[in-house]
Design a protein around this ligand. Sequence first.
Ligand code: ZN
Length: 345
Amino acid sequence: MPALLPTAIVGSLPKPSWLAEPERLWSPWKLEGETLVEGKQDALRAVVQEQRRRGIDVLSDGEQTRQHFVTTFIEHLSGVDFEHRETVRIRDRYDADVPTVVGDVRRDHPVFVDDAAFLRTLTDQPIKWALPGPMTMVDTLADRHYGSREKLAWEFAGILNQEARELEAAGVDVIQFDEPAFNVFFDEVRDWGVAALERAAEGLRAETVVHICYGYGIKANTDWKASLGSEWRQYEQFFPLLQQSSIDTVSLEAQHSHVPVDLVELIRGKRVMLGAIDVATEQVETPEEVAAVLRDALRFVDAEKLVPSTNCGMAPLPRRVAQEKLSALAAGAAIVREELSSATA
Ligand SMILES: [Zn+2]
């Protein structure tokens, strides 16, 4: 593991085609029962090997054991009815059939802890596990019980904290909360979003990350992005709040993004997982394109605090493309690492 610019992906990777239908979100499993458990473990073995082979330093599970980054977690809680789905508008952008909260939400069993413990057995490198953030969970279901997004978020934050503490005990080094909803609901972020996030991360010794992006490369997201104008300044609304928060690391998108890179200055002092790989295109970046984004950001973040990463998850991409993007990320980081070490030599 290099002392400078350790690489890490944000989250998902494509699943093998024998496990789930590729290039699709919410893709159904092709296996069931014990065979599914074994299949998921084999998929974890494959993504660990692929990330190592291609030079990624902090290893992720690639979300191989879950169908979706939010709903799979919610599915394991009591108080949620998965049979009676309702159509809601997610992040003010697209409609989806989602589960309904019908009673007090509770985590009766760990959700990902066994999977994380298995991942731990596969490598000595640091491992990272992603969970949905409280606000993004609230935004991905229908509520017929609490009648308050804030109240429900607070319940979820407590549940996430239980899960995060057990993931940490299972050997997870980095715990990430995905909060794409922060990019949409600025008033709520200010009023209770950051507080709920801090509650979810309370008491953890593991490094904590919040990931906020402009979404997977699916049509609803690319249409939304097209409506945002030439400069995307959404991060400006809440980066100062995150800078003041207890969260260690902020994960943001920067490759092919209309985000002005100087916004990174607003989180000075935090570690920055900088997206240097675009997940919305099948075009594989050259190492030099990755290096250029990293170099640019180094004007606003100290080198010791920069983690080269992807803009978001890569689940919807063809597997070969995602794998080549891993190599491009590692190669681009290596270029800048070399420049930094020769500059100080
Ligand atoms: Zn994302």
